[in-house]
Design a binder for this molecule. Structure first.
Ligand code: TRP
Length: 450
């Protein structure tokens, strides 16, 4: 009954929490959340995102961990085996495949953006932003992304870093996240302090929390939902594969809550740092993927010891991205090791090279190919839309349906081990009906059926 994973196990509950939090907290919180909030008008978007986290995110994360811990393999093989055990069709393993592909596509652009963060470590440390104005900082950013060679170099370096950790297996991951996540949190608090002193704090707060539903389109709702999946690493098997390494005696529900609360706090803090700076400097909240790179350097250019804190901030951001990126490729690597009988090292080389190659498309989409668009989106926008807004929610529905309808009630009840009092029934109701229905309604709304 109690299977063990061939890839090993986390040494404790805290290792899993740190690794999963490391996966969840990343560029999604600090880079993406502020800029999509800016693009989608603020408060109402944030509210929809928070609702999605509670109604869809938390139950599906629990479902993913349940499945992972029962299957104890890569998501593809876990889904295949659990389907077989439940007498369901073997095509359920396609959910694993969808996840592997989504993770691979996400990492291809994630690495490019993480490369920007690395480049900014050097820029901030060299004092390039001392006393800089909004325009100056913007120019530096625009010049930077229009240079494909630079972006490519940083993207390549980040991919190498990612694959080095994955090649060493679980142990490497555990060690790295232990110190980095708490430090990032403390530094964010410090930056919130700076933002509070900047005069436009109230304006920033009201942008983030004032509910103006007139600014919310169907597509904004889809983006909010997609981001709920993205930010807690859901819908593609990353959490499932981490769950496969989770010791059997650990409570899934309480661990999930810790991870989700930490992730949400970091995103909200990042917003509270960034929007006051945006308003205090007359910048545009809807300035897109460059938002943090065009706002934070202003703060670092003006505060005491700014170069020091700025360097530290971008270093930690790189680490946050690093601990996320490894989870994006782990499902693919674990599958290669299980099915192709190759070493972890080789699996990493192949998976890493393929990801790197797709990433070149994203590099070029910010310069040479910035006017090559499909459905009005550049290569980067298209990848981001397809993965976060379509593939993750789709994977999420399948995981919810599988956990709610296909595997036996007894097995999920035992695996979750929730206290009495209707908790299990509530979870099951959410994954059986509410989460899938919510995702489908949002999809239909965007397509224009509703
Ligand atoms: N959650 C990470 C972030 O917010 C990104 C990430 C890591 C991810 N693993 C994932 C997103 C798996 C979706 C699926 O930056």
């Amino acid at each position: 009954m109690n299977k063990v994973s061939q890839h090993g196990e986390w040494t404790s509950r805290w290792s899993f929490i740190l690794a999963a939090t490391g996966s969840a907290v990343g560029l999604g919180n600090i880079w993406k959340f502020p800029y999509i909030t800016g693009e989608n008008g603020g408060g109402a978007f944030v509210l929809v995102y928070l609702i999605c986290i509670c109604l869809i995110g938390i139950p599906i994360m629990m479902a993913e961990i349940v499945l992972g811990r029962q299957g104890r393999q890569s998501p593809i093989n876990t889904m295949r085996d659990l389907a077989k055990k439940a007498g369901a069709h073997r095509y359920w393993s396609l959910v694993g495949w969808l996840g592997v592909i989504a993770g691979f596509l996400i990492l291809s652009y994630y690495s490019v953006i993480a490369g920007w963060a690395m480049a900014y470590v050097v820029r901030v440390a060299s004092g390039m932003f001392d006393g800089a104005t909004g325009d100056g900082v913007k120019n530096i950013f625009v010049q930077f992304i229009s240079d494909p060679e630079k972006l490519l170099a940083w993207h390549s370096l980040f991919m190498i870093l990612t694959m080095l950790v994955v090649a060493r297996g679980i142990k490497g991951l555990e060690r790295a996240v232990k110190f980095l996540m708490p430090s990032l949190f403390v530094l964010l608090l410090l930056l919130v302090g700076y933002s509070m002193s900047q005069g436009a704090f109230g304006q920033g707060v009201s942008f983030m929390f004032n509910l103006d539903f007139s600014k919310l389109s169907g597509e904004s709702v889809l983006t909010a939902m997609g981001h709920a999946f993205f930010t807690i690493s859901l819908g593609m098997g990353a959490i499932m594969v981490y769950g496969a390494y989770l010791p059997s005696n650990v409570s899934i529900a309480s661990t999930t809550l810790v991870i989700v609360i930490a992730d949400t706090l970091v995103a909200l803090l990042a917003g509270l740092v960034i929007f006051p700076i945006v308003f205090a400097n007359g910048l545009e909240p809807a300035s897109g993927p460059g938002l943090i790179f065009q706002t934070l350097p202003i703060a670092f250019g003006h505060m005491g010891f700014g170069a020091f804190f700025g360097t530290l901030f971008f270093v930690l951001l790189v680490f946050a991205a690093w601990s996320s990126s490894i989870s994006l490729i782990e499902p693919a690597v674990s599958w290669l090791v299980e099915n192709k009988k190759i070493s972890r090292m080789r699996a990493c080389i192949w998976a890493g090279l393929a990801t790197w190659f797709v990433g070149v498309g994203t590099v070029l989409s910010f310069n040479y190919m910035s006017d090559v668009t499909l459905f009005g989106r550049t290569f980067f926008d298209l990848l981001d839309f397809l993965t976060a807004n379509i593939m993750l929610p789709l994977g999420g529905i399948c995981i919810a349906i599988f956990a709610g309808w296909i595997i036996s009630k007894q097995s999920s009840e035992e695996e979750l081990g929730l206290p009495r009092g209707g908790y299990y029934e509530a979870w099951r109701f959410l994954v059986k009906y509410i989460s899938p229905a919510a995702v489908i309604i949002v999809f239909m709304n965007v397509v224009g059926i509703l």
